[in-house]
Design a protein around this ligand. Sequence first.
Ligand code: HEC
Length: 207
Amino acid sequence: MLTRIYQIILSLGLGLAIGLFSLSPLPALAQTNPSELAKSVQEIEALDSLRSGLASTLEGRTEEPTLQTMKEVCKPVGMRAMQLSQENQWQVKQIASKYRNPDHAPDNLNSKIALARFEQNPDLIGFWDRETIDGQAGTRYYRRINVEASCLACHGLQNNRPQFVKDHYPQDLAYNFHVGDLRGMYAVFIPDLKVAIEQAIEPDIEE
Ligand code: HEC
């Protein structure tokens, strides 16, 4: 698990460094705090494990899951994403083309392109993008979400969806998935402003 995280951080860090050197003027380097980028990768890996762990508890059950257990898979993930946003002044989202909760629809052109990139490259786990959201420049980390067998209890065939899903999500699009399909992605926006403030209050070490 940890080795996996380090691999991701290493490859993303390298990609980011190459991207910044080749695309941006040098000052952009000062705007991205690598430790914050690394932290966002770790938090998203933990968030993804939270969902897989919760979903796997439904697998192989003989008794009909109660309404409560059925609800306790993807809702807590959304709540934890909100908490991460508040704790870090990030914007942590889940985004999908076929979404269940309309809050998770693609929110800009970049996120649509990101979904298309994941769709076309099944081996692509995550990448960084420079974006401006609500007038604020920053770095956005995208991480893919794949469908596992345990997800099909609620994201499988349309008619097999649990009743609470049919009742609460009349506009639901998040069904008819198969194992290995791209389910969506996490998107973490890290605004530059915060980094700029941190640098402003740090002692000047540039001489
Ligand atoms: C117990 C039912 C259930 C299971 C099992 C389940 N989900 Fe969900 N999923 C939901 C519900 C309900 C929502 C909408 C939550 C909300 O309102 O934010 C959702 C939303 C999502 C979203 C956010 C995008 C959207 O469509 O709104 C993603 C991504 C997601 N699920 C992925 C998965 C993955 C991956 C698995 C398996 C590891 C899984 N789900 C298993 C019920 C489930």
